[in-house]
Design a protein around this ligand. Sequence first.
Ligand SMILES: Cc1cc2nc3c(=O)[nH]c(=O)nc-3n(C[C@H](O)[C@H](O)[C@H](O)COP(=O)(O)OP(=O)(O)OC[C@H]3O[C@@H](n4cnc5c(N)ncnc54)[C@H](O)[C@@H]3O)c2cc1C
Length: 429
Amino acid sequence: MYILIVSAPLMILLIGNVPEGREFWRELSVALGFAGLAMMSLQFVLTARFKSIKAPYGADIVYHFHRQVSLVAFVLVLAHPLLLFAFSPDTLGLLNLFTAPWRARAGVTAVLLLMGLVAASLWRKRFKLEYTTWRVWHGILATAVVVLAMTHVILARHYLNTPWKQSFWIIYGVFWVSLLIYVRIIKPLQLLRRPYEVEHIHSERGNAWSLTVKPVGHAGMKFMPGQFAWITIRSSPFLDGEHPFSFSSNACQSDRLTFTIKELGDFTRQIKNLSPGEKVFVDGPFGNFSVDRHSHAEQFVFIAGGVGITPIMSMLRTLAERGDRRPLVLIYANRDWESVIFREEIENLKDALNLTVVQLLQEPPADWSGESGFVSQAILERFLPQARQRNTFEVFICGPQPMMNAVEKALINLKVPFGDFHAERFNLV
Ligand SMILES: Cc1cc2nc3c(=O)[nH]c(=O)nc-3n(C[C@H](O)[C@H](O)[C@H](O)COP(=O)(O)OP(=O)(O)OC[C@H]3O[C@@H](n4cnc5c(N)ncnc54)[C@H](O)[C@@H]3O)c2cc1C
């Protein structure tokens, strides 16, 4: 479907009265430009958080797709001028922004901005760009690139030689503007009309805080345990200040939402200073990381590292509330015993659930008799259920990147079917 949508504008330009063909490389260069532009425009749809688009795949996969596909679009867009310059050197003069016609000025500026956009995204951390600043500029540059590229297409006119083809591009443009209006105005307005307020803040182990919010003037939010939402505090939903957090609360309760947040940077450090009654905006739920999507499974295995326990805690609390008696294994890795978030409650959950808990410490105390070190293939081999056939058990992994990569590799080595393990990565970007 994606390929169809991306190639549709190109196909439409080739219907009916088509201008006379020019040399092959020139036409190929134009075709690549159109395909690149269509792909870039579609990026806005991918990141607009439409639940129907994200639901089948999960938000992380959609963001990864967004990232990978933007590199392909970048190569296509770049190939457009490069092929043109290589096979028609007379066009090199179009690079001179002082003398070039407006269509070329728009095109060249779009490509230059796109280069900046891609470089800032690939090397954000290397350039020491703060996330929020990067995100604001990412949106501004992306919009500028698409608007300039469309201006380039409309001014070049070569393929827009009939009124209906011109109308098509105008409708195409109107569609993207409507999308921007939806994301920037309608969506924030919807959030403003369904506010939440802080009920209480609770200190947890491991430098984390549980923030509980309640709906103001509406019924709250139904979610699947393991999903996440975007939260805005002390700011307006019209500004780009939202951050993603997994629900840590029991999903049977939709009128109280709890998020457990580890102090890490500017935003997460503010959580402990919130006061009861302060307004919070919650956009969600999102994500596919949930036992509820695998109700057929005979047992579940949860592998968590540090604050990665939050979505898993929501699943454990919900399964306990539902009186679920299926066998569960929780392998939970932490640096030391004192920083094990929800340590006491996990112990208590053993009474309500058929739950085996394997605590794994990197720096265990002297009298520690449990497991130590990192989550390894040997540990997984020992605690995973033996039946390695599809659909008998499902594995949920959430923790630091290196842990997740190592666990996924080990599960593949252990021949756990690829579709039976699910990961929630906290570093979307
Ligand atoms: C699906 C998902 C669920 C998450 N659940 C939890 C949770 O339950 N508990 C928890 O403590 N953390 C969770 N996180 C991580 C949390 O979103 C980041 O730690 C937090 O946004 C960092 O913000 P900061 O300003 O405090 O830190 P910073 O130092 O500014 O950021 C640290 C890193 O966090 C990421 N980040 C920062 N701001 C954002 C943003 N607005 N949107 C997306 N990523 C951002 C960037 O990769 C950045 O480099 C989750 C992340 C995702 C993607």
